[in-house]
Design a protein around this ligand. Structure first.
Ligand SMILES: [Zn+2]
Length: 339
């Protein structure tokens, strides 16, 4: 037991000791990744998130942050795609995100870094919901994470998906990332009351399905408390968890399920392939200078579950995703490397 903890600590220290090699400087902080294009992409997301949080009241001084884009932000914890850590001897925060979800999650982690002091003593699950509410972007990648939260509440079966691609000249083709994830059907794994009582360390220590559910409840709690309208003021004092207008778990599930129209699921599925699409376009269409030029070379189709194979050319969600991804696709030119 002690030995395994020691080994785990050593592994964590080893993982922390080596920052990713490529760095991009921003006014918010340095972003480090394995390649400059990824660092630039996440740097753009970090700056957008910082601008969003800058408008949020009460104003809280921006923390000193450094972002590391790493393969395993959860350091072995399944399903963890972001983590904010404060340095033990300094006020500097290190935000760990992965390349695929970093665009959306870096804002969530920045919210933690910025508001941790202000929110001391608030229900941890509600803080997670607030981090989603204020930290996630308004675009398709932020929507993808919001859908993940709703899926956990709805306890629906997540459909299988396949992305197919083919170059017009026939030299490259393939089916990429066909996969299926299942959220266990059946009764909720935790009661709503229990989620509200969880401490921060209990929340992080939950196993994967329970943690997913707790984050879903936290998101619903933030939504129920703040309403659907755009709010840029964080209330001064926390609500009592028992007074949040959450309703019952069954009502939460029904409301979440109502969000699962085919259009939202399609949007979610398109966003799920963000990382694969970047890789295909960078490897198979090198040198393209615009989204239009890339799409003139290669075609994509998406199949969700047992539905038809849908061409993505002309698809509004796909187009939105590509415009966001383009800085990552076009490569290293023009990057501002940090010292
Ligand atoms: Zn969080």
């Amino acid at each position: 037991m002690t030995r395994s903890i020691a080994l785990a600590l050593l592994a964590a220290l080893a993982a922390c000791a080596t920052p990713p090699p490529e760095a991009v400087a921003t006014p918010v902080g340095i972003v480090r990744a394995d390649d400059t294009a990824t660092a630039r992409w996440i740097a753009a997301a970090l700056q957008r998130a910082a601008e969003r949080l800058e408008r949020l009241a009460p104003a809280v001084a921006p923390p000193r942050v450094e972002v590391w884009v790493v393969a395993d932000p959860g350091e072995g914890d399944e399903g963890v795609v972001g983590r904010a850590k404060r340095g033990p001897w300094s006020a500097r925060w290190t935000l760990h995100v992965d390349a695929d979800s970093g665009w959306a999650m870096v804002g969530h982690e920045l919210f933690h870094a910025r508001y941790q002091e202000h929110l001391r003593g608030w229900p941890p699950a509600l803080i997670e919901g607030l981090a989603d509410r204020f930290g996630l972007s308004d675009d398709i990648l932020g929507d993808c994470v919001r859908m993940d939260r709703l899926m956990a509440l709805a306890r629906v079966r997540v459909p299988s998906m396949a992305l197919e691609y083919r170059r017009h000249d026939g030299t490259q083709a393939g089916v990429i990332g066909a996969f299926s994830t299942t959220v266990t059907e059946g009764p909720p794994p935790l009661s709503l009351e229990r989620v509200g009582e969880l401490s921060a360390s209990e929340l992080v220590g939950l196993d994967y399905p329970e943690r997913l559910y707790a984050y879903g409840v936290g998101y619903a709690a933030a939504q129920a408390w703040l309403g659907d309208e755009g709010v840029d003021v964080l209330p001064a004092t926390p609500p009592r968890w028992s007074e949040l207008p959450l309703g019952t778990a069954e009502e939460l599930a029904r409301r979440a399920e109502a969000e699962f129209g085919p259009e939202r699921v399609h949007r979610w599925a398109v966003a799920r392939f963000a990382g694969e699409i970047v890789r295909i376009l960078r490897e198979d269409v090198p040198g393209a200078v615009s989204v239009d030029e890339a799409l003139a070379t290669i075609e994509f189709w998406l199949t969700v579950d047992t539905g038809p194979k849908q061409p993505l050319e002309g698809d509004a969600d796909f187009r939105e995703l590509l415009e966001l991804l383009w800085p990552l696709i076009e490569g290293d030119g023009g990057a501002a490397a940090a010292p």
